[in-house]
Design a protein around this ligand. Structure first.
Ligand code: F6R
Length: 241
């Protein structure tokens, strides 16, 4: 595990974008694992700037996102498809046919999860997986559990998540109850895992995840065992160490 200290969110984002662009320059046909949420937005903004300057070219890349809500179509403004197009894909040159997310519109969960794992395998596996981390140590939608979830699977969202998400929808009934997510094994198989963590509210869980015991109750703690895990955290997120 390598920990890189960043000053603040912008510094963290630039450092992470540097690693991703180096990956793409060294291996133009890289398979990138991508994340949504507030943590990676600054990275995508930085990568778009460098792409526009001609410093990095995503034309040979393939991408796989971590997760998607089950039941939301790609054009729904709360879907992760929509988020990724708005914040990254529409501004760079990754060929549309090589952009992959779980298909939230496919309601046959078993079929969709199998399809997604097979597609990752067929692409040769993930070279670099970008991750954020939830306040409870979740990665993707892998929530604290009695065991580490393995492959891509369908999860029931907790009441807490449903409640937290309702502000983005017209009513609580519209909030998806389930999501598809890469599993812990899917994530651990990536050749390199790059996590970004920012903010004081993540300081305690960062300490627990990477300086505490490895346990499925803190899903991110498994990354301590990854042979090529890079954590970029800002000073606020490192403040409990
Ligand atoms: C995103 C994802 C989540 C987030 C995590 C942190 O695709 O799978 O695990 O990375 O919830 O979210 P933010 O970055 O918004 O704090």
């Amino acid at each position: 595990m390598k920990i890189i200290r960043a000053k603040d969110y912008n510094d963290m984002s630039r450092k992470a974008a540097n690693i991703i662009s180096a990956q793409v320059i060294l291996k133009p046909d890289s398979v990138l694992g991508l994340a949504t949420g507030s943590s990676p937005i600054g990275i995508y903004e930085q990568l778009i700037k460098w792409y526009n300057k001609g410093d990095v070219d995503f034309g040979g890349c393939t991408t796989f996102n971590l997760d998607e809500y089950r039941g939301l179509t790609p054009d729904h403004d709360q879907s992760y498809h929509y988020f990724m197009h708005k914040n990254f894909f529409d501004a760079v040159n990754i060929p549309a046919e090589r952009i992959n997310l779980p298909d939230g519109a496919q309601l046959d969960a078993e079929r969709e999860c199998k399809r997604y794992d097979a597609a990752i395998k067929a692409a040769g596996g993930i070279d670099l997986q970008l991750l954020g981390m939830g306040l409870n140590g979740h990665i993707g939608f892998n929530e604290p559990n009695d065991e580490f979830d393995k492959e891509t699977h369908c999860v029931d969202l907790t009441e807490m998540t449903i409640e937290a998400n309702k502000r983005f929808f017209n009513s609580i009934d519209e909030v998806p109850r389930q999501a598809y997510t890469m599993g812990i094994a899917t994530i651990m198989r990536a050749k390199c895992v790059l996590m970004v963590v920012s903010g004081k509210d993540k300081a305690e869980i960062l300490k627990k995840s990477f300086f505490g015991p490895i346990t499925p109750q803190v899903p991110a703690s498994i990354l301590q065992l990854h042979p090529n895990f890079v954590l970029i955290a800002d000073e606020d997120a490192l403040s409990a160490l």
